[in-house]
Design a protein around this ligand. Structure first.
Ligand code: NDP
Length: 286
């Protein structure tokens, strides 16, 4: 059976480091501040909000939730973003998406100051990932993939990584971030031909498509490392990833490894957001 690359020890190690950094900021009179901006009351947003608030407060990060009604206008949301940009006590902002249909999501994302864009949603942050300049912050989920690989000592330089999914939230940025780490990257998507063969030829596979247990044993090979980014619900309402883990584990074998869902990349993503808030506070305090 494959090794399970669980998120818990990664989260614990990140927490230890963050507590030290928050204490160092406190000595300088700085409390890292996170604004959570939510439009409407989607259950998954509310659930993530509760997790993020708890995680932040446990680390000594001050959180402010700015909630707007689902029928809020673009101007109302932009006013909230402007206030976040102008507030020196707020170092990072988490904006839940997708935004309601009446909003121009790209315009809102690009209004957020890159220095406070701790989830990598602005074009400036994405350009930072593309050109590897460090401007803004990379998308938290993409960074979470690298944190898991690093924590478990899995090298990427020179190795073949297949990323399945090309969204701006995860697929594209993680492909570029792995490329910056000298991986040889193949980026696949819904139009990719011979997808299973591409995946089975990789050393490391990142699945980020949103297809509940969509990838079975035919897509994998012994010894591979598989990062399952998917957070999906099956027909019975059970939380699951993109990988049919129960069937794939045996194919990966004892030399292989897989992130579980739940308990894998998802929780690490929340910690990465907190790391970015603390890093933003450190940058502001320089
Ligand atoms: P999107 O729907 O924006 O993108 C999905 C991507 O998968 C697209 O590029 C699409 O290709 C590709 N795709 C869809 N079907 C197939 C297929 N059959 N074969 C190959 N590629 C396919 O989703 P997101 O990127 O936002 O999210 C992906 C998953 O990651 C979801 O389960 C989501 O819940 C999860 N997620 C997890 C997070 C975490 O913290 N762990 C955070 C964010 C997302 P094409 O471009 O051709 O349409």
């Amino acid at each position: 059976m494959a090794t399970m690359l669980t998120g818990k020890p990664v989260i614990e190690a990140m927490r230890e480091d963050l507590l030290t950094r928050v204490a160092a900021l406190a000595e300088r009179g700085v409390t890292p501040g996170l604004a959570i901006v939510r439009v409407g009351e989607r259950p998954d947003d509310l659930s993530y909000e509760r997790t993020a608030v708890k995680r932040a407060e446990g680390l000594g990060i001050a959180v402010r939730v700015e909630a707007l009604p689902a029928d809020a206008t673009q101007a109302q949301l932009e006013a909230v973003i402007d206030a976040v940009n102008d507030d020196a006590s707020i170092h990072g902002c988490l904006l839940f998406r997708p935004l309601p249909a009446q909003m121009d999501e790209r315009a809102v994302c690009d209004r957020l100051a890159a220095a406070k864009d701790v989830d990598g949603i602005s074009s400036a942050s994405l350009a930072g990932v593309f050109a590897d300049t460090g401007e803004g912050f990379p998308p938290a989920t993409a960074q979470a993939c690298l944190e898991v690989l690093d924590h478990y000592g899995i090298p990427v330089a020179g190795r073949h990584v297949v990323v399945v999914g090309r969204s701006l939230v995860i697929g594209r940025p993680v492909a570029l971030m792995l490329l910056a780490r000298h991986a040889t990257v193949t980026l696949c998507h819904s139009r990719t031909e011979r997808l299973a063969a591409h995946m089975a030829a990789a050393d490391i596979v990142v699945c980020a498509t949103g297809r509940a247990r969509g990838f079975g044993p035919e897509c994998f090979a012994p010894g591979q490392v598989v990062l399952d980014v998917g957070i999906n619900f099956d027909d019975e309402g059970a939380l699951c990833g993109d990988v049919d883990a129960a069937a794939v584990e045996a194919v990966l074998g004892p030399e292989g490894a897989l992130t579980p869902v739940p308990g894998g990349i998802g929780g690490v993503t929340t910690s990465v957001t907190m790391v970015h808030v603390v890093a933003a506070a450190e940058r502001a305090a320089r």
